[in-house]
Design a protein around this ligand. Structure first.
Ligand SMILES: Cc1cc2nc3c(=O)[nH]c(=O)nc-3n(C[C@H](O)[C@H](O)[C@H](O)COP(=O)(O)OP(=O)(O)OC[C@H]3O[C@@H](n4cnc5c(N)ncnc54)[C@H](O)[C@@H]3O)c2cc1C
Ligand code: SF4
Ligand code: SF4
Ligand code: SF4
Length: 375
């Protein structure tokens, strides 16, 4: 029976709760706002299935991709609405056109982030863009399994640990399943996100872009977008308090400092990330609007990528990873994290509002502000 002694050893994927034959596991939020499994000992039959489907207790081997690419979606609109090179959208569109179902992370009506399914091109648009919050998996593993058994194609996308959790949950290999994970820095607390949203002027907001690239991919912004597409509020990532807490690693889930699924361990077919360092490695592919680092981890993933109309060039894994350590190693747990959470329990979201901005080169700040004014 699953029993969490150390929170660094549970990524909250929900695989155990979704698979328990007696439905005796409930995922509860702790004081930091992350969900963990709790077993009802009165109904547990000690069958051990929950331990068997846990991706932390059953970690796969580290794996290198079979091929890597620098890639951009030639459709500028899609690329600008995505966080990196806009590669997820054509992958998902292909599955939809083949009659399949796509699973990904989107905002719900309360602006919480949750996993959901989509079977139209219009509905996959809600999955576009990184939401820097842990998404709730809900019953999506079970839904995906049902669709796979019906013989329809399924594309399941998410963080590496969500893909590792799905794979353990399914227990069988399915030819009609394709999995895509993102290079993952870590996921912030849904509670901090809820508290932060409650402070924002949300009237008339149609979309929240946590990685708005209008002022550049490298110096992205946190933006609230109105129904007419106009920006209601925008702050540079280096000045936005929510993103500062994220990048200082204060609000990340404990398991993100001990990740069970990076470095190819998730078992995904394709991995998508930002191609940091592109200006040095393949400068012709860099326009500061977003270039993706794409890994084909399996033959299935490589075949799918080949079928897409992308601007693409081969890349070298070993030369590229030093620019993006999140591909293969966990983020370091900051010593300030304990103090931060003690303060958060007392003062709530005020704990992130008092964070000091990251000091920036004055020349860069002026350049970015001028660019924005001209725009
Ligand atoms: C929490 C998080 C941390 C990341 N950290 C890094 C990093 O350190 N380095 C790096 O190179 N890249 C990182 N990325 C990935 C990167 O930002 C892009 O998401 C990725 O390159 C895909 O880009 P795209 O332009 O092809 O598609 P996009 O449209 O930007 O991506 C859409 C995909 O992201 C998924 N997604 C969005 N939010 C979430 C979420 N909260 N949980 C699970 N899945 C989500 C959607 O389901 C969909 O599959 C991170 C993404 C997330 C969500
Ligand atoms: S041991 Fe079996 S019954 Fe008990 S919680 Fe785990 S899966 Fe459920
Ligand atoms: S990592 Fe997933 S399967 Fe393992 S205990 Fe946590 S929620 Fe359950
Ligand atoms: S860093 Fe690892 S544990 Fe944390 S969300 Fe990403 S994949 Fe999961």
């Amino acid at each position: 029976m699953i029993s969490i002694q150390d929170k660094h050893n549970c990524c909250g994927c929900s695989s155990c709760a979704e698979r328990c034959p007696k439905q005796c596991i409930t995922m509860y939020e702790d004081e930091e706002g992350f969900k963990y499994p709790y077993v009802n000992l009165n109904t547990c039959i000690n069958c051990g299935i929950c331990e068997n489907v846990c991706p932390v207790l059953n970690q796969a081997e580290v794996r290198k991709p079979i091929a890597c690419y620098a890639a951009k979606n030639p459709d500028e609109k899609v690329r600008m609405n995505s966080s990196s090179g806009g590669i997820f959208f054509p992958i998902a569109s292909k599955i939809i056109k083949e009659g399949g179902v796509v699973f990904g992370a989107r905002y719900n009506n309360q602006w919480e982030v949750e996993h959901a399914s989509a079977d139209t091109i219009e509905s996959i648009k809600r999955f576009l863009g990184s939401k820097y919050v842990q998404s709730s998996i809900g019953a999506t593993y079970q839904q995906a399994e049902q669709i796979l058994k019906e013989g329809r194609k399924v594309l399941f996308s998410g963080t590496p640990c969500q893909i590792a959790g799905l794979k353990r949950f399914l227990r069988n290999e399915y030819d009609n399943l394709i999995t895509v994970d993102v290079v993952c820095h870590g996921v912030p607390s849904p509670k901090v996100w809820r508290d932060y949203v409650s402070l924002l002027p949300m009237k008339g907001v149609y979309d929240i872009r946590m990685k708005d690239k209008s002022s550049g991919w490298r110096q992205y912004s946190f933006s609230l977008i109105g129904e007419d597409g106009k920006t209601i509020l925008s702050e540079f990532s280096s000045e936005n308090k929510y993103l500062m807490a994220f990048s200082h690693n204060l609000t990340l889930r404990p398991s993100c400092f001990n990740c069970p699924a990076k470095a190819g361990k998730s078992g995904s077919d394709i991995t998508l990330g930002d191609y940091w360092g592109i200006e040095k490695l393949l400068p012709g592919m860099d326009d500061n609007k977003g270039t993706s680092f794409v890994c084909a981890n399996t033959c299935k993933g490589a075949e799918l990528l080949k079928s897409l109309a992308l601007q693409i060039e081969s890349a070298d894994y070993d030369a590229s990873t030093p620019y993006n350590s999140c591909i293969y190693q966990s983020t370091t747990e900051p010593v300030e994290r304990i103090d931060f959470w003690n303060f958060y329990q007392k003062r709530g979201v005020y704990a992130i509002l008092v964070l000091q901005p990251i000091k920036q080169n004055i020349f860069n700040r002026i350049k970015i502000r001028l660019k924005r004014l001209i725009k």
